[in-house]
Design a protein around this ligand. Structure first.
Ligand code: HEC
Ligand code: HEC
Length: 337
């Protein structure tokens, strides 16, 4: 930019304002179309860790709208065959009962370790770049259509389409995939009637030193975002996070999944080995298998596990059901645009 442009612009605008805009493309001093994306504040309940938003990707209505469009848009894949939302279904908390091992998209804004075995570590933006560039191999030429160009302009102030911008918009959309409105949340906010007696007893077991669940399914996010070998298999050499980190002590360890909406994300575990929550609870009760790297937080590792009573099992399953957030599963702001 030079002094001339600064000087002439106001003159042109004052003298021929409407005319100059209407004519369009008439000269070097044309005023840029307006671009002022509106900041979007994500509502967080008490107990949630602060949301980290990078300086170069503030959450805006326009950015989120673009990210949501791309999430549901098969033009993101080079042959137009699939969209993120084909495998990540909202009514299953963005997981999928029919595709193996699909991880839910819940509160990923707080995650720095991605994928069951931790193959990807980084920020949410970096994770989305990996999904777009490496997993999908997005061809930006396919995205250069008027509807998307308009949305890229609204979000980023220019119609230039890059895989990085697509990923940034997807990251903004991911930051709105916040689940926080379950009966458990109503209970912690002070509504004692929000949990049934069985759910309440299940919660007490979950948070007890006997149950130990809360150590790993920790905080209001119900995950510590770390990796543990919970005793699924006797032979764990070279599996899980160990294969990624190269450290034998991580063998058999997988990412702790959040338990929010867990009743909606069957089947369970990294290899989908359990069909129901009852089976998962039975596993923690007497299905634990010892291996060298089993986590020290897993109780009674030589005796099969917790040894729960029939009532304790059903209480625990009831409590897990109280982590379902119907608002998240049906919110039209998160649905196909
Ligand atoms: C063909 C099905 C499929 C499609 C399409 C798909 N995903 Fe996934 N996604 C999966 C599976 C399976 C996993 C778990 C893989 C693993 O951990 O090894 C996963 C995991 C993830 C994770 C990691 C979540 C976590 O908790 O660590 C993110 C992030 C993600 N997907 C984003 C996307 C985005 C963004 C798109 C679209 C660009 C997309 N996915 C499209 C199947 C799919
Ligand atoms: C040592 C840490 C740890 C403890 C303690 C623990 N979990 Fe887990 N949990 C995990 C990890 C890690 C996984 C995923 C394991 C895998 O797939 O290999 C998991 C998986 C699950 C799943 C399936 C999640 C899914 O999306 O597939 C449920 C349900 C679950 N745990 C509930 C519980 C309950 C209930 C307790 C207490 C009885 C408990 N966990 C104790 C770490 C832990």
């Amino acid at each position: 930019m030079n002094g001339r442009a600064l000087f002439t612009l106001p003159v042109v605008a004052a003298a021929f304002g409407a005319l100059a805009l209407g004519a369009g493309g008439c000269g070097v001093d044309e005023a840029p179309p307006s671009h002022s994306p509106e900041p979007l504040e994500v509502r967080l309940p008490r107990g949630f860790p602060p949301l980290i938003v990078p300086d170069d990707n503030a959450t805006t209505y326009e950015g989120v709208a673009l990210g949501r469009q791309l999430y549901y848009d098969s033009r993101l894949s080079p042959d137009g065959s699939r969209a993120c939302a084909d495998c990540h279904l909202q009514d299953h908390a963005f997981s999928n009962p029919d595709v193996e091992g699909v991880l839910a998209h819940i509160n990923l804004a707080w995650s720095r370790n991605f994928l069951w075995d931790g193959r990807f570590e980084g920020t949410l933006e970096e994770a989305m770049i990996m999904e777009v560039e490496e997993f999908f191999g997005t061809d930006v030429e396919r995205l250069k259509e008027p509807d998307l160009e308009e949305m890229f302009f609204a979000a980023f102030g220019s119609t230039e389409i890059t895989t990085e911008r697509a990923a940034y918009a997807l990251a903004q959309f991911q930051r709105t995939l916040v689940s926080r409105d379950s009966p458990f949340d109503s209970y912690t906010a002070g509504d004692e009637s929000a949990l049934s007696e069985a759910e309440f007893r299940g919660m007490e077991l979950f948070y007890s030193e006997r149950g130990e669940c809360f150590h790993c399914h920790a905080t209001a996010l119900f995950t510590d975002n770390l990796f543990h070998n919970i005793g699924l298999d006797a032979e764990v050499t070279g599996t899980g996070y160990g294969a990624v980190s190269g450290q034998a002590r991580n063998d058999g360890a997988f990412k702790t999944p959040t338990l929010r909406n867990i009743a909606m994300t069957a089947p369970y575990m990294h290899d989908d080995r359990f069909a129901t929550l009852e089976e998962v609870v039975d596993f923690y009760s007497e299905g634990i298998v010892y291996s060298d790297t089993i986590d020290s937080l897993i109780p009674n590792v030589h005796g099969g596990g917790l040894q729960l009573t029939t009532q304790e099992r059903s209480d625990l399953v009831a409590f897990l059901g109280a982590l379902t957030d119907p608002e998240f599963l049906t919110n039209t702001d998160l649905a196909r645009p």
